[in-house]
Design a protein. Sequence first.
Length: 211
Amino acid sequence: MGSLRIAALISIILIITFILLGVVLASVIIGLTSETTSATEKQNYEHIVDETIDELAIYIQIRDQKGKYYKIDDEYKIQKIALLISPLVSQDIDVTGLTIMLDNGENIRVLYYNGNSENLDSNTLFEHIIWDGLNSNEFSFITIIDDDNSIVNFNTINDYCDNAYLIFKLLPDMQLCKKDKMIITLFPSTGIDRTIFLEAPPALTSVVDFV
């Protein structure tokens, strides 16, 4: 997991470096055609660079992937999924603009944040009361570390130490039996998309970890 984080950080740094080089080159070209650059133009360049860096730097890590099997129609199927997420670096990520796409090769569904998030406290992850109000086209958060309650109160991840399980239920046509596969893509409102590939492990226990 550490090596993946380092690789992602290196990729982001390289992208930002290329963009900064492009901005500098553009400034040089403009400087050749005009001896002076107005203060307004300089502010515009700085604003573009700042916005670009902010957007590219938003990268969501997925630190844990769990599912829970239930016996449905005499067959064990994963009905609930929980993904532990955190930002790569300390930054503000507005989770109200986050969407999730599920793709099992036959069906594609898009999930939206329903605005509900609660602390785990002494509850168990898959039996938390927040699941009761969760529809199949929505997701919620169960926070593990959120010292300033930014996720619960303001729907914002604002520190690299913030950790929350992103939780959702699967409709019958998306539920996973042993060896079934699913592609999950997280689309933040700004920043870099995050895609993971899940394969349902054997139902040796009700709560399982995806490889």
